[in-house]
Design a protein around this ligand. Structure first.
Ligand code: SAM
Length: 217
């Protein structure tokens, strides 16, 4: 399995900060969906600077924020503190989540889970299954093989994974790229509630991600 590597948030350009402080569109839908389902314990898996941690904590969820980046977790903690929000913040690797079996109701894992290779992906799906309660849900995004990154001449780790080369926070970080069949295979032990392939326009041409909502049976 390839080594995990945190984002270097110190390399984030000032003008890009706004993107990572504003909750993603679907997070509002998830707040609503999971409230209506009566879910309480929320994990922001790969919290980054904390934009979804803050949203869910404000909405009254028992919120857990987790990331491999000490800097990201520290910034999330400070932001929560400024707003007097209670959040359980932890640094660690998603390959071994520090949460008990069947302890979490809902997980948001946005642009995080694919920062590993194929073996790592298999390990993470086991971890998601372990920590989620029955009927617990996880919304996650995965880079698509249609995206610009997959077409770059970056070093390959395995048949689905490349190491990103850039002058920015993601330099040297493994990226797993998925297709529809791979997603069905990876999450075969879950109910797959939704799969959407969404195109974003970030200035680098076509940026495609799969957005996947899974439920533990
Ligand atoms: C693209 S950022 C997304 C942050 C956040 N989910 C958001 O939407 O704002 C990816 C985050 O995943 C974290 N990450 C990468 N590999 C990780 C791992 N193995 N375990 C935990 N977090 C990891 C990075 O440090 C980074 O903060």
């Amino acid at each position: 399995m390839v080594d995990s590597k945190a984002w270097n948030w110190k390399m984030l350009k000032k003008e890009d900060e706004k993107i990572w402080k504003e909750p993603a569109t679907e997070s509002y839908y998830l707040v609503n969906r999971w409230k209506m389902q009566g879910k309480k314990d929320f994990l922001d898996l790969g919290c980054g600077l904390g934009r979804h941690t803050i949203l869910f904590a404000k909405e009254g969820f028992n919120t857990y924020a987790f990331d491999l980046s000490e800097d990201g977790v520290e910034k999330t903690k400070q932001w929560a503190g400024q707003l007097n929000l209670k959040v359980d913040c932890k640094v660690g690797d998603m390959l071994e989540l520090p949460y008990k079996d069947d302890s979490i109701d809902c997980i948001l894992c946005r642009n995080v889970i694919s920062h590993t290779d194929t073996k790592g992906m298999e390990k993470i799906t086991q971890e998601l299954k372990r920590v989620l309660r029955k009927d617990g849900e996880c919304y996650l995004t995965l880079g698509s093989k249609n995206t610009w990154g997959w077409k770059q001449d970056w070093p390959m780790v395995d048949e689905n994974t490349k190491i990103r080369v850039e002058d920015g926070p993601e330099n040297g970080i493994p990226h797993f790229y998925a297709d529809y069949d791979l997603i069905l295979k990876l999450f075969k032990d879950f109910s797959i509630e939704q799969i959407h392939e969404i195109r974003g326009f970030y200035g680098k041409g076509g940026s495609y991600h799969y957005h996947v909502l899974i439920r533990k049976n």
